[in-house]
Design a protein around this ligand. Structure first.
Ligand SMILES: Nc1ncnc2c1ncn2[C@@H]1O[C@H](COP(=O)(O)OP(=O)(O)OP(=O)(O)O)[C@@H](O)[C@H]1O
Ligand SMILES: [Mg+2]
Length: 359
């Protein structure tokens, strides 16, 4: 038996797993058009007097990866819990996989896969027993359960460790098992709450690849994250949520284009001493940030930024080591729209999250 903690996902063939599972299950409207995978109107959640989710409305199209991006406490998990029937909204309506989660919760829940923020598999049970149990819960026919469990464990690189208790698994393995358990009934709509949070680079990559592969077999994914780059890399559309409200919703490129009114220049000189404050007084400058030996300069207009920097270098007897004009990043969009520093997204709830990385 192999004890490699981060064994790669072998024979990664999610297509085979989902073969022929979907075509007959697509949700179609009365007029023949494809229904949205999720449709939310004015969804609101109070915890006592505290407004955690504030009248959010959005649709998730079938077949997309939809990102719900926001800092700690923004209301991501609360929204995901309402969408998956784990908590009732205070008001608002929600249709999930073409079903009303409030009126038809049993049917709606059985047509979705849920990977919660905190794992819902049992740590005293083996990986194998966890999957068989999940298959029973989701009423997978008895004669298919073992085949499904084997396929999923192989797919997720856990088959060799199938007899081990979940409790002895590494974080990455636990997360993979949790995702595998959410897929036993081959749902077309998958909810992932911070799937890579707290994982090492390799495990995070593996899970992102899995999400992409699932999506290529037409699985719609609702993904909450506080990793801006994760949303940028994976999602066709992203809703930015802050203090319970959606502050922007669009494709990552469109969101970036929406703040394309500034010129951002990244420059490094042969020295850095006292330069930040001097650069801040340049003509047309809006903001300066120092990142290691580089300065990121936000100019109000695009026309003369480079010549201004070259003149500044001459006047201060500095050599320019590198200079690049930058397009706005999703991080710039977030900062612009929320007024928060991008650092708040990096504030971690737990030590382990600091190990997470993007690749
Ligand atoms: N059961 C609860 N009772 C009271 N307040 C709650 C409860 N669950 C969440 N909250 C509060 O609602 C707000 C939103 O919490 P939520 O867990 O949805 O945020 P989040 O965006 O998922 O944050 P994180 O990135 O930390 O996971 C927070 O202020 C939180 O303290
Ligand atoms: Mg959360």
């Amino acid at each position: 038996m192999s004890f490699c903690f981060y064994s790669p996902i072998k024979n990664f063939n999610i297509r085979a797993l989902y073969r022929n599972c979907f075509l007959d299950k697509l949700t179609v409207n009365w007029n023949g058009t494809m229904a949205d995978a999720i449709e939310v109107k004015d969804l609101t959640k109070y915890y006592a007097d505290f407004l955690a989710v504030d009248h959010v409305s959005f649709q998730v199209k079938q077949g997309e990866i939809f990102g719900f991006l926001g800092p700690n406490g923004a209301g991501k998990t609360t929204t995901a819990k309402m969408l998956t029937g784990q908590t009732k909204p205070s008001s608002g309506t929600l249709m999930v996989a073409g079903l009303d989660m409030l009126r038809q919760p049993v049917e709606a829940k059985s047509s979705i896969g849920v990977v919660p923020e905190n794992s819902n598999v049992y740590d005293e049970m083996s990986a194998w027993d966890n999957l068989i149990f999940a298959a029973q819960l989701y009423r997978v026919p008895k004669n298919e359960r073992e085949k499904k469990a084997k396929e999923l464990l192989e797919l997720f690189g856990l088959y060799e460790r199938r007899r081990d208790r979940e409790g002895v698994f590494s974080k990455g393995m636990k997360r993979r098992l949790t995702i595998a358990a959410a897929l036993v009934h081959t749902p077309r709509l998958l909810f992932l709450d911070e799937p890579t949070s707290g994982l090492d680079v390799q495990s995070s990559r593996m899970i992102r690849k899995l999400v992409k592969d699932l999506n290529q077999t037409d699985v719609t994914v609702f993904l909450t994250t506080h990793y801006i780059e994760e949303a940028d890399q994976l999602c066709q559309r992203v809703a930015m949520i802050n203090k319970g409200k959606i502050v922007a919703l669009d494709g990552p490129q469109k969101l970036k284009a929406s703040v394309d009114m500034h010129q951002i220049v990244e420059v490094s000189f042969d020295q850095t001493k006292d330069l930040e404050s001097k650069l801040a007084s340049l003509r047309d400058i809006e903001k300066v940030g120092q990142f290691g030996d580089k300065f990121k300069l936000h100019f109000k207009s695009t026309s003369e930024s480079i010549s201004t920097i070259v003149d500044f270098a001459k006047e201060n007897d500095l050599k320019i080591v590198s200079i690049n004009t930058l397009n706005p990043s999703l991080e710039d969009v977030f900062v612009e729209l929320t007024g928060l520093s991008a650092e708040v997204m990096k504030t971690e709830k737990e030590q382990g999250k600091k190990a997470a990385n993007l690749g």
